[in-house]
Design a protein around this ligand. Structure first.
Ligand code: NAP
Length: 314
């Protein structure tokens, strides 16, 4: 049974087990969408279902975006439910990502491959599978990029390359699906308060990086333990909410920044889904906007120096 306030629009979100994906699933349910929440494990499926108030409006789908079998089964399942409930697939949010940090020389090729496989090829595969159903509803495709899709940061080669690929894919797709009244939007958040920015950033430095050859790590980090401590302090600093507009200005000048709420991003995704004229790109947050402006105004070398002194200089 559908909830009484439900509209006829359904949305599929990949990577809905945590962070922005989970917040978006919850927010869209509250706004009356029927949500298919893509997760990788049954345990996560149960947790997502429990987390929403309007639980009649959400179904979890096991969907590892790198697995063809999962994508095929998810397509069958979603099509069946849409038909059964008389819903249209109004949107697809390609949100899943597996981000990694580290110097190019140190990260194994497999890490680059894996990240592209999840964040880029996964989005392409899921989009291809659901395009026929989305077309029937002149649906929207919303791809999660990042400020990392606009400019590149040190130790972010895998992530930035994946997001640049998502940007190019989205631009081509936007032009291709226009004849059916379909729209494609790219979401570009700045730093957001999710496990990716908190636990996973620390884990990258403390556990993952330390397993790579010491002689390579020594080339980039004078003292890895000290780097880990600084990464922890950085995450702690940006996790503290700003104490007002002045504090925001101070933090911008110090290059410290702060984390946005995942709900802010979810609201932007809702706009991209529902607005008559959705933007092609949504750059979210003053920090992302400032970095973008700096990138456009400065030369490559001047921008490198600007970042070195301000952002992610572990
Ligand atoms: N947080 C930020 O500051 C920020 C800023 C800009 C852009 N973004 C983008 O926002 C999106 C969501 O990130 P987040 O911050 O919410 O991070 P998150 O909490 O780590 O969420 C990532 C999601 O992707 C899922 N995932 C990983 N590998 C997958 C696979 N093979 N198949 C399907 N799902 C998979 C994860 O599932 P498991 O739980 O099963 O691992 C998780 O649900 C990402 O595209 C990220 O690049 C984040």
């Amino acid at each position: 049974m559908l909830g009484s306030d439900i509209r006829c629009d359904a949305v599929l979100i990949t990577g809905a087990s945590s962070g922005i994906g989970a917040a978006t699933a919850k927010h869209l349910c509250e706004k009356g969408y029927f949500v298919f929440a893509g997760v990788r494990q049954q345990q996560q499926a149960d947790a997502v279902k429990k987390s929403v108030d309007h639980d009649a409006n959400l179904l979890s789908v096991i969907l590892d975006v790198t697995k063809e079998g999962d994508i095929f089964r998810a397509t069958e399942f979603v099509n069946e439910i849409l038909t059964e409930k008389g819903l249209r697939l109004a949107g697809l949010v390609n949100n899943a990502a597996d981000e990694n940090l580290g110097p190019v020389e140190v990260l194994p090729l497999e890490v680059f491959r894996r990240e592209l496989e999840v964040g880029y090829l996964g989005a392409v595969a899921v989009t291809k599978a659901f395009l026929p159903r989305l077309r029937q509803a002149s649906g929207r495709i919303i791809n999660m990029s990042s400020v990392n899709g606009r400019c590149t940061f040190k130790y972010h080669a895998t992530t930035c390359a994946t997001k640049y690929a998502i940007e190019a894919f989205s631009d081509a797709l936007r032009m291709e699906v226009r004849p059916w009244g379909m729209k494609v939007s790219i979401i570009e958040p700045g730093p957001t308060d999710t496990p990716l920015m908190r636990e996973k950033t620390i884990e990258e430095f403390s556990q993952k990086l330390s397993q790579y050859p010491k002689e390579q790590l020594d080339l980039y980090f004078k003292d890895l333990d000290d780097t880990i401590k600084r990464a922890e302090m950085f995450v702690q600093r940006i996790s503290a909410p700003p104490r007002g507009p002045l504090d925001k200005v101070r933090r911008i000048l110090n290059g410290q920044g702060w984390l946005h709420s995942p709900l802010d991003v979810a609201r932007v995704i809702e706009h991209a889904l529902s607005s008559r004229r959705p933007k092609t790109r949504y750059l979210i947050g003053v920090q992302a906007k400032l970095i973008h402006v700096a990138r456009r105004l400065l030369s490559d070398r001047a921008f490198d120096r600007f970042l070195g002194e301000n952002v992610f200089d572990f």
